[in-house]
Design a binder for this molecule. Structure first.
Ligand SMILES: [Zn+2]
Length: 236
């Protein structure tokens, strides 16, 4: 009886010791694993900020004219598992390197940075978009602009439609300059993968822009601004 009681106490103490040992081990492991900081370039919007995003009732093409004139789509959405459109200037090769890239719609810069290999410089804009099938509802849509050469906006900036946000760049020496353009559903900020077996939360950019054009097909752009030296005199 006494021996078994002693044995029970010994087992209990052993188990307690093991527990302390496991706890200590876990604690040491946690200390040894460096905590990866969140990329500060990602702006995590609060529900209030999502509601306050600029309402985008019209969208234009991000390259060339508002209609996308002088551009072509070299690799459309879902071709070879592609999650976006690859927009190019009609000059071919690297002739569009450095061309302006415009905000497709009014939005807020929720990501600006280099998310990883294959992407180069990337901007993600978040837009508040009326739901065409249910007017009382609104959607959060993101437009993604990748392989940029330069940025001409800052993180967290609010931009109007047609505002220049960067310039066309190259992601590597193997590919000619082009704009990888995506349209994504939802507020989730993720660099994503560019190619996938399923569309994930990506929408066809061409189809989305056509559905949310918000302007007649024959609408002409504003007249070009006169070069300074030929501008009409403003002296009275
Ligand atoms: Zn692409």
């Amino acid at each position: 009886m006494r021996a078994s009681a002693l044995l029970s106490i010994a087992l209990l103490l052993g188990a307690l010791g093991l527990g302390v040992e496991i706890g200590l081990h876990e604690w040491q492991q946690r200390r040894a694993t460096p905590q990866v900081p969140l990329d500060p370039a990602f702006l995590r919007l609060s529900p209030l900020e999502i509601v306050q995003l600029p309402l985008a009732v019209r969208f234009d093409q991000p390259l060339g004219t508002a209609h996308g004139a002088l551009t072509y789509n070299a690799q459309p959405f879902r071709m070879a598992r592609h999650l976006g459109d690859d927009l190019n200037g009609i000059g071919g090769g690297n002739s569009d390197l450095g061309d302006p890239v415009y905000a497709a719609g009014a939005g807020r810069v929720v990501y600006l940075g280099r998310p990883g290999p294959g992407w180069g410089n990337m901007i993600i804009l978040a837009h508040h978009v009326p739901d065409l099938s249910e007017p009382s509802r609104e959607r959060v849509i993101q437009t993604v602009y990748a392989h940029l050469d330069t940025f001409t906006v800052e993180a967290d900036q609010i931009v109007p439609r047609g505002f220049q946000i960067g310039t066309v760049g190259r992601v590597d020496e193997k590919n000619f300059a082009h704009l990888h353009f995506e349209v994504r559903e939802g507020p989730y900020i993720n660099p994503s993968v560019g190619y996938a077996d399923t569309p994930l939360n990506c929408l066809s950019p061409e189809r989305f822009l056509a559905q949310h054009r918000g302007a007649p097909e024959d609408l002409l752009n504003t007249a070009p601004v006169f070069p300074l030296e030929t501008a009409p005199s403003t002296s009275k």
